[in-house]
Write a protein that binds this ligand. Structure first.
Ligand SMILES: C[S@@+](CC[C@H](N)C(=O)[O-])C[C@H]1O[C@@H](n2cnc3c(N)ncnc32)[C@H](O)[C@@H]1O
Length: 371
């Protein structure tokens, strides 16, 4: 094949069509993923997964009746979900209607937000707005990214629902008891601060479990603190307060017996300054619990992670972007606060004891740090 009268062969003409086809399929599967994500968003938002949970195989008419949604729309959605491997299809038997089923395993991932650590449906909120996408494209030119505040209220809700299930179900029963002496002190009554508290899931779980202790949450995102305040009102909890403030703004004098930072040090523009501020604000016999992304300092090792591209997508669109949202940002990003960097930075910040915990959380590692 030649291009008009130049005599040169087009790029496509020089390539093995099978290889191009296979690469094209890989790319189209990402487009498929985008649209399946939208379908998951609709299924979560309209309560379809929750309606399907525990019902076994249902006909479209039964699902329409139970959900109050239109049959034709449900049929198209169910067929698409079957094609995506998320819903099981039972073909028409003995002249009956075909049936669709959300299995118990599927329900644990897509429906059971309160009871399952594996719940993932909360990650499928609204996609980023045009304004955010334009801001990200601009950031590649200016170098300066978007803070969590700039990502808007939908992103704060998505973060809360995405990170909430594990925190709600593992923090009090599994994680706190593994820390040296912390549970007893929480029971007796101590001062606790959550730096980068987001929508407040962690602090509210602790505040409910340990009514004798006092809790304060710091986060610079007004959207996140608004969610935390709303959840506090709903829960009727009175031993917790919230501040729109950064970790850098912690009191300079020793004030807290326990500091927690969950999934946020790698999002901070100056984690080094926040670590120094935490050192100043923690009492000498206090403890700092860090939860951060499970990662290795070696990119090659991380390539074994089957969702590595997802993590880099989070990084460019949220974590690294936030960590570069000021011109002097260090820009650690989603995988940047790995165990090697974490230990080095907390020791440089004046902490002397560093212990890693692995609670088999597939996404995170935990560090118990002491002055
Ligand atoms: C991924 S969210 C995690 C929220 C929460 N800890 C959770 O587990 O749901 C990261 C949070 O870090 C906050 N953040 C970013 N820079 C910060 C800073 N300098 N000080 C305190 N929080 C910060 C963001 O506003 C955002 O709410």
């Amino acid at each position: 094949m030649t291009d008009d009268d130049t005599g040169t062969q087009s790029l496509y003409g020089r390539l093995d069509p099978e290889q191009v086809g296979a690469f094209g399929l890989k790319v189209w599967q990402y487009k498929q993923g985008e649209l399946v994500s939208l379908m998951i968003h609709l299924g979560d938002r309209l309560g379809i997964y929750r309606t399907l949970q525990g019902r076994g195989p249902v006909t479209v008419a039964e699902l329409a009746e139970a959900s109050g949604l239109k049959e034709r729309w449900l049929l198209e959605w169910l067929r698409g979900q079957t094609a995506a491997g998320l819903i099981e299809y039972h073909g028409a038997e003995n002249g009956g209607e075909p049936r669709f089923e959300l299995t118990d395993v599927g329900a644990a991932v897509l429906a059971d937000e309160e009871g399952s650590v594996a719940f993932a449906g909360g990650a499928f909120g609204y996609p980023p707005s045009h304004d955010v996408i334009d801001g990200l494209a601009e950031a590649f030119q200016t170098g300066v990214g978007l803070s969590y505040q700039r990502l808007g209220p939908c992103a704060a809700h998505r973060t809360e629902r995405m990170l909430g299930p594990w925190t709600r179900q593992a923090l009090v029963p599994r994680i706190i008891p593994a820390l040296d002496g912390v549970e007893e002190r929480l029971r007796a009554g101590i001062d606790v601060v959550d730096v980068g508290c987001g929508g407040g899931v962690a602090l509210l779980s602790l505040a409910r479990a340990f009514p004798a202790s006092r809790f304060v949450g710091y986060d610079p995102s007004e959207h996140a603190i608004e969610i935390a305040r709303e959840r506090t009102r709903e829960a009727g909890v009175d031993n917790v307060e919230w501040r729109v403030a950064r970790g850098e703004d912690l009191p300079a004098a020793p004030t807290f017996d326990l500091v927690v930072t969950f999934d946020c040090v790698h999002d901070m523009t100056r984690p080094d300054l926040v670590i120094s501020a935490i050192r100043g604000a923690i009492r000498d016999d206090g403890a700092w619990l860090i939860k951060d992304i499970r990662s290795s300092p070696r990119f090659k090792d991380n390539l074994r992670n089957p969702v590595l591209a997802l993590l880099y997508g989070f990084s460019v669109s949220a974590c690294m972007s936030s960590a570069l949202s000021e011109p002097d940002g260090l820009g650690l990003g989603t995988l940047g606060f790995n165990p090697v960097v974490a230990e080095r930075m907390v020791r440089e910040g004046g902490f002397t004891r560093f212990r890693m915990h692995d609670f088999e959380d597939p996404a995170n590692l935990y560090y118990e740090v002491r002055p």
